[in-house]
Design a protein around this ligand. Structure first.
Ligand code: HPA
Length: 274
């Protein structure tokens, strides 16, 4: 694995001329952030050795390098999902490469169904913790101690300092947000009402089909993680309606300007250099 990561990193380093400090996974709700990046290089996933290829509508596959808020960033335009059929190891491979390229923080966004009865469609939810209900883990298999420990600590998966920074900025801009627990499921089916209830009883506030494998792999490598969900639908008794992927994308794009603003400012103000 380490050899593959190094091979891919070498290929990418040959195409860029600065070290990215922030890695951003442009999930649903953060796609517009790409318009704010002063782009210096774009590399299609298809051209990157060892990278998987994205298949989902609304998730184009490119690595984008450039400046955002005065900092060097790399953005993944398009992420890989377990439900597409990739192994956990394959879908998290790009995160390993971003770390090797030099990022100091991984920022992720996603769309999620709210199971907390206090949530509304269009809410932002900062992820403070997660529950992995995917029935798999990207670290299963032989551990490469050059990457991280066999049994990684998960007591603070989502960096508290970064959450505080987000909180401050969101307040300055009068942006309302929730802080909650994200449960990750495989999909691709949305939940039945009984499953939404089960997920809520387990202690989650929202449910979605991404983010957690990437967060696990990042923590394996001691890379800090920050993640935000856009609540795109509600899995709350009495509020459950038929939904489609387009509904999820529509709800998320309504909130995108708010999300984009805070993330850009956060990057501008954060000082995470060693
Ligand atoms: N469930 C699972 N994943 C999701 C949902 C949901 O309700 N909404 C957006 N992604």
């Amino acid at each position: 694995m380490l050899k593959k990561i190094q091979e891919t990193t070498k290929y990418i380093n040959g195409k860029i001329d600065s070290t990215p400090e922030f890695g951003i996974v442009l999930g649903t709700g953060l796609g517009g952030l790409v318009n704010e990046i002063q782009i210096s290089a774009t590399i299609a996933y298809n051209d990157i050795p060892n990278f998987p290829v994205s298949t989902v509508k609304g998730h184009e596959g490119k690595l984008i390098f450039g400046m955002l808020g005065g900092k060097n960033v790399v953005a993944m335009q398009g992420r890989f999902h377990f439900y597409e059929g990739y192994s956990m190891q394959d879908l998290t491979f790009p995160i390993r490469v971003l770390k090797q390229l030099g990022i100091k923080l991984l920022i992720q966004s996603n769309a999620a169904g709210g199971v907390n009865p206090d949530y509304e469609i269009g809410d932002l939810m900062v992820i403070k913790d997660h529950i992995n209900l995917m029935g798999d883990n990207p670290l299963i298999g032989k551990n490469d101690s050059g990457l991280g420990p066999r049994f990684p600590d998960m007591s603070e998966t989502y960096d508290k300092k970064i959450i505080r920074q987000f909180t401050k900025l969101a307040r300055v801009h009068n942006i309302h947000f929730q802080v909650g627990v994200y449960a990750a499921v495989t999909g691709p089916t949305f939940e039945t009402p009984a499953e939404y209830k089960y997920i809520s009883i387990l202690g989650a506030d929202a449910v979605g089909m991404s983010t957690v494998p990437e967060a696990i792999v990042a923590r394996h490598m001691s890379l800090p993680v920050f993640a935000v969900s856009v609540i795109s639908d509600l899995g709350v008794e009495g509020k459950i309606v038929e939904i489609s992927h387009d509904d999820v994308i529509d709800a998320a794009s309504m909130v995108e300007p708010k999300m984009t603003l805070v993330i850009r400012e956060m990057i501008e103000k954060l000082n995470i250099r060693d």
